[in-house]
Structure formats: C-alpha cells, structure tokens
Design a protein around this ligand. Structure first.
Ligand code: ZN
Length: 219
C-alpha cells in the first residue's frame, strides 16, 4: 500500500480553501487533513489554493484581518512555516493516517468499535461542535441503507473500497454528498471497507428500520 498512490476522487478546491482558512468544522477538518496526508496530488492543489488565498488577503486592507492573520499567511507563502502536512509514518498502523491516530489514541487496534447491525461497526470520534465524525467498518459486499442528506457528508476511504453507482472509491478517495444526492454505497467484495465519515446534519433514511435505529446510532 503506497501513500503516493493515485487518488481518483479528490476533494474540491472550495473545501481545501476552507481548510486553509480554518473555517471548517472539526469533523470536516479531520477528513481533509487525512485526505491530504494520503494524496500527493491533493497536497499540490492545497498549496496552490493556499497561495491564491494569501494573494487575495494581500490585496485586502489589513484592518479587515484578524491580528496576525496576514503575517501568518504571508509567512506560510514565504515558506517559513510548514505549508504541507508532515509525511505520514505508516510503520505502526498502515490504515489510519496520523491526524486520525491522534483522535483514536493509536492505530486500528485502539479503535473502540460498536456493532450497528449487519456486521457493520462504528466508532464515534470526539470532535467539537458543528459536525460529527465516525469510523465505519463495513463487511465486503455489504450494502449501506439508501439515504439522502440534510447537510454535508464527507466520506474518506481508509481500507478496501466502496461503490456508489458507477463510481468506485478506494483508499484516499473522498466522496462529498449534499442535499442533492440520494445514494446507497456498497462495500466492495473482499476486505472490510473502513471509512472516516463526517456529517453536519442527520441523514435522511428511506427505510423504516434505519430510521428507528438512527437516534441510537447518532447518524
Ligand atoms: Zn451519504
């Protein structure tokens, strides 16, 4: 498993910009940080987005900026502060990227999984207000209940893959879903699909059983 693999589904620039500006809720911030640590191409685009953001700030009157933010941005552009996430050491856990290991308190072995039915397990992560983040482990071949979204959902694949319609999402890929999308992701046959999923509003399930289970699963 290489950390420089080609990641096919990258997150859009608008989210990279929001990440650079520090305006994402912690749950989404974590997804973007993990995505960046797994995708060289996303890191390249992030640097470009951050440079554009810095150039925009440069043209704005400094009075509209919080203390130090212009200096901080210019310092980043000048390269005096790290603009890129550290390379991820993978020796101790090849599945969880470093930003995630901080939340879990270790590697995959440290994850406190709770069964949620059909062999699916989840672990809710301690993120602040504005969103929820969870790890999901889905047996290969398992269909997730079809659902819509009341807000934003970001799903990053860490192990295995899932299929959504014609699209395949593998390690490092992110699927972003919003109010427009109803979908039924299916874990690819083979190893369990492990994902990091962040949402900022409860999902809209079509089926009765998932709707009943929903409050208990905090999903
Ligand atoms: Zn969804």
């Amino acid at each position: 498993m290489s950390e420089t693999m080609t990641v096919k589904h990258q997150i859009e620039d608008e989210y990279l910009a929001a990440y650079a500006a520090g305006s994402l809720a912690e749950a989404f911030d974590l997804v973007v940080a993990c995505h960046l640590s797994l995708s060289k191409e996303a890191r390249r685009r992030y640097d470009a987005v951050e440079a554009v953001g810095g150039a925009v700030l440069e043209k704005m009157p400094t009075a509209t900026l919080a203390d130090g933010s212009l200096e901080a941005t210019l310092a980043r552009i000048a390269g005096s502060a790290p603009a890129e996430p550290e390379p991820v050491p993978t020796a101790d856990c090849p599945v969880l990227p470093a930003p995630l290991r901080d939340y879990v308190g270790g590697g995959l072995d440290a994850v406190k999984w709770r069964p949620v039915g059909m062999g699916v397990k989840q672990a809710i992560l301690p993120v602040g207000d504005g969103g929820t983040a969870r790890l999901l482990s889905i047996p290969g071949g398992c269909e997730m209940p079809d659902h819509g979204h009341r807000g934003l959902e970001m799903t990053l694949v860490l192990q295995g893959a899932f299929l959504d319609g014609e699209e395949r999402f593998g390690r490092g890929d992110v699927e972003v879903a919003d109010e427009e999308l109803v979908h039924m992701p299916v874990a690819e046959k083979g190893v369990d699909c492990i994902c990091l999923a962040a949402t900022d509003a409860p999902l809209k399930f079509s089926g009765l059983l998932p709707r009943i289970a929903q409050p208990f699963l905090k999903i």
